[in-house]
Structure formats: structure tokens, C-alpha cells
Design a protein around this ligand. Structure first.
Ligand code: KE4
Length: 432
């Protein structure tokens, strides 16, 4: 029976009168998948329910934070207990150092961490810190990597080896991106050339060690090692943006998985357990430049908010005590990704996929997908048809070809079977 989404439509119409596009973050508008967005009213475990009461297996998990699933009891109880003592004080609380101890213990290079309220704040602050520490202006980012919406990082990558950033958004003067160099991901020669051209002028390289924001794209063999060697040689800082991968791919994030020590790490998502938290951390020698100790300014009314600290502490405590979760997530994710890929092959649908642990993407492309140029060759219309068909069958995927899907501890074999069955049905419609 076709699912009705009448309530969601009504809620969307109201929201559009009050909020641009009816959403507080653009991807939620479902613009690239050709259907009306859903309004979600409840989540529990691996499931969410929309305003019309339709149930879905959720592969977004709030874009990564909910590795323990929706409304994980330990997280909910911790937030309620914290809320009973008040929601915010604008003063230090024991909860901040409690979470700081857990975060720092996961990353060997980290001696100090500063909490903020989003991943955007974390990366913006880490870049300011890198520029303050090195006294250099230029920064390097990569096409297809997203680090939040601060001006210097909203650049469109052009051609050429060292592309001086062209603003990728209205409202960003070119002066604000003129020191941002945007390079192709997984291209060591491009990095070598730009460090030759801008010797001793590059403050930092910021990278998603496993990219989630062009769809899931892992680093090629030796790529992260090359970034580490080249930045160290030039005394430029290597920033691993682990907002998505931190505590996701391993307890110590991608840097544990690939054995690379960056100079600074930015975090978000999982460390807040679904509440607003970002963080950046590294050695005291660098971190002590941050106000009030040093000259690099950064501040925030709700930084270290006690409820967010409680949710993050409950989440990371569980992960620290149950590290076997990562092998389990890897196994179940491998099963669902392979099952859907097999369904596509049987239906004669062109599909490739990338997966690292519990983050993955099915690309409607021949592949392989290893950078933005190859990701952009995907058939986004076919992805849209797949997305809609899966939604119709109770599977909620990220509403964009260029996003990673996430699986969490609450996903079951039954969820996997339902997903593969829905894919078989979906490919029958896409292939038709
Ligand atoms: P936030 O400001 O959205 O908390 O974090 C920005 C950010 C920084 N770094 C990485 C690697 C990220 O993936 C993100 C945000 N991720 C997106 C999902 N692709 C958030 C979803 C959204 O924009 O609504």
C-alpha cells in the first residue's frame, strides 16, 4: 500500500513560510532527490517515524552522531539527569573536563581540547589556530571535502594545480578565499606542486581522512602518509577533520585506522551523542595559543554545554567499554553494501560503492570513485529514483548522491534483509 506523507507535506508547507526552504540545513530539503522532505517525529534504535506514522530503517543517524542508535537509553538518562540540574551556566562545569579526558585519551597526539558547538566552529577555529601558530596565510583543502560553512572554506575548486579559492557561495568576498588553495583529493603530485609553489607559506592542510562529503571516498594507499611527510617537511600543520570519522571508524578515528598522527584534529557529531558539540585538539604547544592563554581568539556562549557534555560522555563511555562494536559494524555494513551491489548487478544497474567501516555510499557510476571528478560522473537522477523507491519501501537513505550513509549499533540482520529486499524492488523500477 502506498505510504501517505500528507502530514509531512502540511508541516513542510507551514515551515516554508517561516524558515528558508522550510529547513534549518539545506540537505534536509530533499532538493536533489526529487521528492518532498519528510518531517520526523520520533527515533528509536535503528528506526525513525515520520509525521504520518511511517517507519523507516534509518541510514543517516542524524548525519553520523547516532552510532548507538536513536534514543539510546544511556544517553537519554544522562541528558535528563543533567537537565534536572539546569541547562547552562556560562561557567565551567566538571562535565567538560570529564569529556575532555575521554576525547584526549582516544588520540595519542592530543594533550588539550577545546569544545565548541558545531563542526563548523571546530574547523574554523583550528584553521585560525594554525595560521596563528605558523604565522602563515595560505591553507589547503580538497575538492569534494566539506568542513562546515565558514567563509574561507566555501571555495569552488577550479582547474590548475594551485587554485586560489574562488568563492563557492554568494556573500563570500574573494578576499576571504584568496588564501585558500583547493586541490584534487588523492593526488599526491598536486600537493607536492603546491608546496613547491608556496614554500613555507602554507599554514595548514585540512583534510577529511576518509571523505564523507562527496559520498564516501577512502584515501588511496599512501596518500595520508604523503600528506604527513610533505606537511612536516614544510613545517605546515596537518589537520584531520574527524568530525565525521572520529569515534566512527575506530575509537581513535581514522588516525587510529591508518596510523597517521596529524597536528590538530577537529571533531563533532558522535562526541555530542546527538546534541550540539564540536571540538578541536592537539599538543599543548599549539593549543596553548588559544585565548585566554594566547593571542588566538575563540569563544562561545554554549561551548561545553552540560547537556551536550552529558550526551557525549555517555556515548563515548559506551564505545570505550565496547570497542568490539567496530568489528560488528564493519561486518553488518559489509553485508548490506554487498547485498545491494549484488541486487544492482542482477538488475543490470550500473553501480559501484565505497565503504570504510560503517560509513558507505552506493554511486550510480561505473567507478571507481576516488575523487570529486569521478564522483561527479554519477547519475544523480538514477540515485534520486533509487532514493525514492527505497523510501517507499521503508528505507531512509541520505537524500543526496554525495553524502555518506551510516549504520549504527542498533541495526539488525532484519534491517539488512529489509534493505536488500527494498533494493531489489527499487532496481527493478530504476532498470525499467
Ligand atoms: P557541522 O557544522 O554541520 O556540525 O559540521 C560541519 C562538518 C565539518 N566537517 C565534516 C567532515 C562534516 O561532515 C561536517 C558536516 N557534515 C554534514 C553532512 N555531510 C552535516 C549535515 C548538514 O549539513 O546538514
Amino acid at each position: 500500500m502506498a505510504r501517505t506523507t500528507e502530514q509531512s507535506r502540511r508541516l513542510q508547507q507551514r515551515a516554508e513560510k517561516l524558515i528558508p526552504g522550510g529547513v534549518n540545513s539545506p540537505v534536509r530539503a530533499f532538493r536533489s532527490v526529487g521528492c518532498d522532505p519528510l518531517h520526523i517525529v520520533r527515533g528509536e534504535g535503528s528506526h525513525i517515524w515520520d509525521a504520518d506514522g511511517n517507519q523507516y530503517v534509518d541510514y543517516i543517524g542524524s548525519w553520523g552522531p547516532l552510532i548507538l542508535g536513536h534514543a539510546a537509553p544511556a544517553v537519554i538518562e544522562a541528558v535528563i539527569a543533567a537537565a534536572r540540574n539546569g541547562t547552562s551556566f556560562g561557567a565551567s562545569t566538571p562535565a567538560e573536563a570529564d569529556l575532555a579526558e575521554l576525547v584526549i585519551s582516544a588520540f595519542p597526539h592530543m594533550q588539550k581540547v577545546r569544545f565548541v558547538s558545531s563542526g563548523t566552529e571546530a574547523t574554523m577555529s583550528a584553521i585560525r589556530l594554525a595560521r596563528g601558530y605558523t604565522q602563515r596565510k595560505y591553507i589547503v583543502k580538497f575538492e569534494g571535502c566539506y568542513h562546515g560553512h565558514s567563509d574561507a572554506l566555501l571555495v569552488k575548486a577550479g582547474s590548475g594545480i594551485a587554485t586560489l579559492g574562488i568563492p563557492g557561495s554568494a556573500g563570500v568576498p574573494e578576499e576571504f578565499t584568496q588564501f585558500t588553495l583547493a586541490l584534487p583529493y588523492n593526488d599526491v603530485n598536486a600537493i607536492e606542486r603546491v608546496f613547491d609553489k608556496f614554500k613555507r607559506q602554507i599554514a595548514c592542510v585540512i583534510v577529511e581522512p576518509v571523505v564523507g562529503n562527496m559520498g564516501c571516498v577512502p584515501p588511496s594507499a599512501g596518500y595520508l602518509e604523503a600528506l604527513r611527510v610533505i606537511t612536516k617537511r614544510d613545517q605546515s600543520l596537518l589537520i584531520f577533520d574527524e568530525v565525521m570519522t572520529g569515534f566512527r571508524l575506530a575509537y581513535g578515528g581514522a588516525q587510529e585506522l591508518y596510523g597517521i598522527e596529524p597536528d590538530l584534529t577537529t571533531m563533532g557529531k558522535i562526541i555530542g551523542g546527538g546534541l550540539p558539540v564540536g571540538a578541536y585538539g592537539g599538543p599543548s604547544e599549539i593549543m596553548d595559543l588559544i585565548a585566554p592563554l594566547g593571542p588566538v581568539y575563540q569563544a562561545g556562549t554554549l561551548s561545553g554545554n552540560p547537556l551536550a557534555m552529558a550526551a557525549g560522555y555517555a556515548t563515548l563511555s559506551y564505545l570505550r567499554e565496547h570497542k568490539e562494536i567496530y568489528a560488528k559494524l564493519d561486518t553488518i555494513a559489509a553485508e548490506v553494501v554487498a547485498g545491494v551491489a549484488a541486487a544492482a548487478r542482477s538488475a543490470g544497474v550500473t553501480l559501484c560503492h565505497n565503504r570504510v567501516g560503517s560509513m558507505f555510499t552506493w554511486f550510480f557510476a561505473k567507478g571507481p570513485v576516488s575523487d570529486w571528478t569521478s564522483a561527479a560522473k554519477s547519475d544523480t537522477a538514477a540515485f534520486g529514483g533509487f532514493f525514492r523507491a527505497m523510501l517507499e519501501n521503508g528505507i531512509y537513505l541520505p537524500p543526496s548522491q554525495f553524502e555518506a550513509a551510516f549504520l549504527g549499533a542498533a541495526h539488525t540482520k532484519q534491517d539488512v534483509d529489509q534493505t536488500i529486499a527494498a533494493a531489489k524492488h527499487a532496481f527493478a523500477t530504476v532498470a525499467a
